[in-house]
Design a protein around this ligand. Structure first.
Ligand code: NDP
Length: 324
């Protein structure tokens, strides 16, 4: 049994979530088998939280990795925390459970630990992806997200998922769910882009006030090659302030970033399919940033979003027009 040094925090429904997770999104040019290999390495290294999605088209391979590591005795199913995401074409209430069941089938698991609404923008059913043939064209659907949420609650009641949450919701959209008449379960988390250049301090404060966990994605500055990122944006991992703090602690900028999030109460994801970096990213539990380091990192915030998703901009539920 591999030792797990991952800290966990308790969510508003009583379940726990490891504070550091492996991201499994990779650009389409990367073979899907890489997701399987990386997930195995990550579990061996000590990662217990795996962040996946229907959209990433590798849940089958990631599931294979998880099951292999259970089969060889490295972990038990209970040790693993898997997040899946409801894609935009499945917001209609009657499609929510079948979508989750498809994820379970791909993973070959009986339940997942967390299921989140991937984006607040609804697409008409049928258009599986937005980055392929119909590139940049979306067909918006008029779904009341509160109805989607009720269908998510039913999945939890049915035991298919332990916890439910959202992703890419702004404050207004979170409040819409929180104020829903007859709300049975609050979202446990809001997974959003968050890193020192977009530190989300206002959204974080709001989430904390509602006992909602903020989960950080693209925490290392995302993929330069990803379809949705601005190639001209500054490179987070090359920031001189982060570089100086890393040097002082004899760590790397990536480790400083991950540590920063953990110390400010954010659950943080890091994607790497490179063994050396997967290991490096897990080595963040044995050092601490000082208050001054934390303040210095707060100081480099630029409200810079790498993941813009221009394709969604005209959608009525596009989340990033509000301040936060
Ligand atoms: P990250 O910001 O985590 O960074 C990934 C990039 O950084 C990769 O190119 C990786 O390369 C590189 N990297 C990783 N570790 C290091 C290191 N120690 N030193 C130097 N470079 C490093 O990327 P993502 O945008 O993928 O975000 C993480 C995860 O969040 C996703 O994989 C996905 O699970 C989730 N996500 C969720 C979204 C949502 O809408 N809810 C949107 C976007 C992401 P390499 O692999 O070659 O090591």
């Amino acid at each position: 049994m591999a030792p797990s040094r991952t800290l966990k925090v308790t969510m508003n429904d009583g379940n726990t979530i490891p504070v550091l997770g492996l991201g499994t999104y990779a650009p389409r040019s990367v073979p899907k088998s890489e997701g399987e290999r990386a997930t195995k390495v990550a579990i061996e290294v000590g990662f217990r939280h795996i962040d996946g999605a229907f959209l990433y088209e590798n849940e089958k391979e990631v599931g294979q990795a998880i099951r292999a590591k259970i089969a060889d005795g490295t972990v038990t199913r209970e040790d693993i925390f898997y997040t899946g995401k409801l894609w935009n074409t499945f917001h209609r209430p009657e499609l929510v459970r079948p979508s989750l069941e498809e994820t379970l089938k791909s993973l070959q698991l009986d339940y997942i630990d967390l299921y989140i609404i991937h984006w607040p923008v609804s697409f008409k059913p049928g258009k599986k992806m937005f980055l392929t043939d119909e590139n940049l064209k979306f067909i918006s659907d008029t779904v009341d997200l509160r109805d989607t949420w009720e269908a998510m609650e039913k999945c939890k009641d049915a035991g298919l998922v332990k916890s439910i949450g959202v992703s890419n919701f702004n404050r207004r959209q979170l409040e819409m769910i929180l104020n829903k008449p007859g709300l049975k379960y609050k979202p446990v988390c809001n997974q959003v882009e968050c890193h020192p250049y977009l530190n989300q301090s206002k959204l974080l404060e709001f989430c904390k006030s509602k006992d909602i966990i903020l989960v950080a994605y693209s925490s290392l500055g995302s993929h330069r090659e990803a379809e949705w990122t601005d190639q001209k944006s500054p490179i987070l991992l090359e920031d001189p302030v982060l570089g100086a703090i890393a040097k002082k602690h004899n760590r790397t900028p990536a480790q400083v970033i991950l540590r920063y999030q953990i110390q400010r109460g954010v659950v943080v994801l890091a994607k790497s399919f490179t063994e050396k970096r997967i290991k490096e990213n897990f080595e963040v539990f044995e050092f601490q940033l000082t208050l001054e380091d934390m303040k210095d990192i707060d100081g480099i915030n630029k409200n810079l979003r790498y993941v813009i998703f221009d394709q969604f901009k005209e959608h009525p539920n596009y989340p990033f027009k509000d301040e936060y």
